[in-house]
Design a protein around this ligand. Structure first.
Ligand code: ADP
Ligand code: ZN
Length: 724
């Protein structure tokens, strides 16, 4: 019998198990029941796939998502594992062929849709009596529970499994189950003294950003232009919102599509498939999109509108970075969204439910408004301790300074006090600033605190108010129209001379600014060669087309990135690359190796495989705010008076990439625009850029004609930014 680790390396090409995988695998192999709670992308599949290969017989996998089932089976087959699936979308001929293979013991894994369990009075389950079964895996196990968010009646047929097969281990897997659901799953499936494995929910490779919801479209376009190779999802609240956003993106030359429940099922399948196959770069969607989206190379998830609760936010952002590479979650936040969503949260005649929804919405807006580590908030929300300082959320990446806010805090708190704790944020601020609004009565105006804050603008007071609440100096009632309330801390400040010291942002980290690209590019765990990476992606797409599977089923982005970084030149060296198992080396080695070898020859490069440390020792590089990695190198070389073309050649990057780097430095003021272009050209470029609603390089160029190059336009815009 092969050991699990040998199987992992030989068939899947991975060096070691992740998280709780090893424990799950051991437990199943010793024929005991197992319950696995792991976040999306954590690697649940291997928990039963590896035991299926270690044990004799066929593993039966119950999985509710037909689209996923096919992907999983395709992925197993390209690894040389005999697997198949059976569901009601197949003809009865196809189904019978599969069942024949099952009876003949030709399959290591068989994926089964839940509706197969109930069909023909449970004929399928009866048939299993004559089959040697190694294990049962119940994927998306929360579907068996009424408490879960996606109950499926067909799953109830799993109830009798244990009685029918008392000696066969069952492994139940899910990414979302609170305590009650967890217990219920174990009960419904009759798991016998199961080993319960709960992995951390932290998605370390996702960076979390929250940005004000202003010029959202422009911000998104800028982000997409700055990350030209990245594919991702943009969530909008309404169907109309998705259509508008997608159309706008298309007008700006961005390959995007929209998805919502109003499309026919055929259209939806097509749109989804194009996205999975890397034919559509950006998917603009309502939350209807997502269930079953197993695309591993989603690099960003944006929320153009506020999600209803943290659960949805976390699930949606969790679709980014399943391949483990650095990815970003960006939320565009405005308080107006909270007000809009409050209306949706009120369910007539069900006060209890409405309160719960409102409370969840409040937690969502707290997350967006707070000033602390976002990852810490998320982890604590899901009941796991986290010390903060994650170094990969906008808060942890920003620079702060502390300042004494006692006097202004006193003004604000005494306004609340004078107005008898009867009003909300807006009125208090208007009152402080001495507004002439009709909402402020004459008797209010006669109070001594009226207008004492008119030296600062509205923004300032809103900010201060928020910070006072976050830091516990002021409370807010929970009702629909929230009212500010004093608390013990407020009294300390008002009457006992307690000092208020607050933090102020010195430099805000953002996902969508030119400077941010530096952090983005310095984050990858390894730095691959961009040009080769692009070439390998093309190769992968060709193979995928031929085999009619999504590209990530062939290899993940992470694997291609390693290839382009370590440049393996032989099959032995390929063995060192994560994701290349023995079968894939034989099958695809001949396709990828010549491309890499050719690339090395043309660029005078050699294999760097000796630099690759075994995975265990490799630490992900921490994101830094200093100029680093690829940008710094370009800067150094530029300062040594190499031309753009020379730098591109020496670094084997495209000219375009180097020009992007330089434009960045112009925007941040590190390089003078005058070194790169004729300054008299700047004004006409900016004039046209500003006249356009959403400036895109192409549109500007079209209007300017041949006298101006793309590079000049790019630099002019960067220069203009640096001046603002
Ligand atoms: P889940 O079902 O939990 O959402 P998957 O089983 O689809 O996650 O795994 C997510 C990704 O992580 C896949 O691309 C998978 O190949 C990869 N992966 C899983 N386990 C490992 C491992 N031990 N080493 C490297 N990659 C892994
Ligand atoms: Zn953080």
């Amino acid at each position: 019998m092969k050991s699990p680790l040998e199987i992992l390396q030989q068939y899947f090409g991975y060096d070691n198990f992740r998280l709780e995988q090893a424990n799950a695998v051991e437990n199943v192999i010793s024929k005991k029941d197992t319950f696995v709670l792991m976040p999306t992308g954590g690697g649940k599949s291997l928990c039963y796939q590896v035991p299926a290969l270690v044990l004799e017989g066929t593993a039966i996998v119950i999985s509710p998502l037909i689209a996923l089932m096919k992907d999983q089976v395709d992925a197993l087959r390209v690894n040389g594992i005999s697997a198949s699936y059976i569901n009601s979308s197949m003809s009865s001929f196809e189904q019978n062929e599969t069942l024949k293979q099952l009876k003949n013991g030709q399959l290591k894994l068989l994926y089964v849709a839940p509706e197969k369990l109930s069909a023909d009075n449970g004929a399928f389950l009866k048939l299993l009596n004559d089959v040697n079964i190694s294990l049962f895996a119940v994927d998306e196990a929360h579907c068996v529970s009424h408490w879960g968010h996606d109950f499926r009646p067909d799953y109830l047929f799993l109830n009798g499994l244990k009685r029918q097969f008392p000696k066969t281990p069952i492994i139940a897997l899910t990414a979302s189950a609170d305590e009650i659901t967890r217990k219920d799953i174990i009960k419904q499936l009759n798991l016998q003294e199961p080993l319960v494995l709960i992995s951390s929910f932290d998605r370390a490779n996702i960076k979390y950003f929250v940005q004000p919801k202003q010029s959202v479209l422009q911000n998104i376009i800028q982000y997409l232009n700055e990350h030209p190779n990245d594919s991702g999802i943009i969530y909008c609240l309404s169907r109309k919102g998705t259509e508008e956003m997608s159309n706008n993106l298309r007008e700006n030359g961005i390959n995007s599509a929209f998805y919502h429940a109003g499309l026919s099922s055929m259209e939806r399948a097509k749109v989804q498939e194009d996205f999975l196959k890397d034919k559509t770069r950006v998917m603009v969607a309502t939350i209807a999109f997502g269930m079953g989206i197993d695309k591993s190379n989603v690099r960003f998830v944006m929320h153009a509108d506020l999600p209803k609760n943290i659960e949805s936010y976390y699930q949606e952002t969790g679709r980014a970075g399943r391949d483990g590479l650095p990815s970003e979650a960006i939320l565009f936040y405005s308080f107006a969204d909270v007000i809009k969503l409050r209306r949706f949260a009120m369910i007539e005649g069900n006060e209890e439910q409405s309160d719960l929804m409102l409370q969840k919405l409040k937690q969502m807006s707290d997350f967006a408004e707070m000033q602390k580590c976002r990852r810490q908030y998320l982890m604590e929300y899901f009941g796991q301790k986290h010390d903060g300082n994650c170094n990969s959320c906008d808060f942890c990446l920003s620079d702060f300074e502390t300042f004494d806010a006692t006097v202004d805090a006193q003004k604000l708190l005494s306004a609340v006090y004078r107005l008898k704790e009867r009003y909300g944020k807006n009125l208090i601020i208007d009152f402080l600033r001495g507004s002439k609004s009709v909402k402020i009565s004459d008797s209010m105006r006669s109070l001594p605190t009226y207008g004492v804050g008119n030296n600062q603008d509205k923004n300032y007071w809103q900010n201060l108010l928020r910070q006072l609440i976050i830091n516990g100096f002021l409370s807010e009632s929970d009702s629909e129209f929230s009212v500010l309330k004093l608390n013990e801390e407020s009294n300390q400040v008002l009457f006992k001379g307690k000092k208020v010291s607050l933090r102020k942002v010195k430099e805000q980290a953002k996902a969508v600014t030119v400077a941010e690209i530096e952090t983005h590019y310095s984050a990858p765990i390894i730095e691959g060669n961009e040009e080769l990476f692009a070439e390998l992606r093309t190769l992968r797409r060709e193979i995928a087309e031929r085999e009619n599977v999504p590209p990530y089923v062939i290899f993940s982005d992470a694997t291609l990135m390693e290839l382009s970084a370590y440049l393996p030149n032989s099959k032995e060296e390929l063995n060192e690359i994560s994701g290349f198992g023995a079968f894939k080396i034989e099958k695809y080695g001949e396709i990828f190796l010549p491309a890499i070898i050719e690339f090395c020859k043309n660029h005078n490069l050699r294999s760097k495989i000796s630099e690759k440390k075994p995975k265990k020792q490799r630490e992900p590089k921490k994101a830094t705010k200093t100029t680093s990695g690829t940008f710094a190198t370009t800067f150094e070389m530029y300062k040594q008076n190499f031309s753009v073309e020379e730098i591109a050649k020496m670094r084997s990057l495209s000219v375009n990439t180097i020009q992007n780097h330089l434009a960045n430095f112009v925007a941040t003021g590190k390089i003078e625009a005058s070194e790169l272009m004729d300054m008299s050209k700047i004004e006409p470029i900016i004039e046209i850029a500003e006249a356009q609603k959403i400036p895109s390089l192409k549109a500007i160029k079209d209007e300017l004609g041949d006298g101006f190059s793309y590079f000049e336009i790019h630099i002019a815009i960067a220069y203009h930014k640096s001046q603002q």
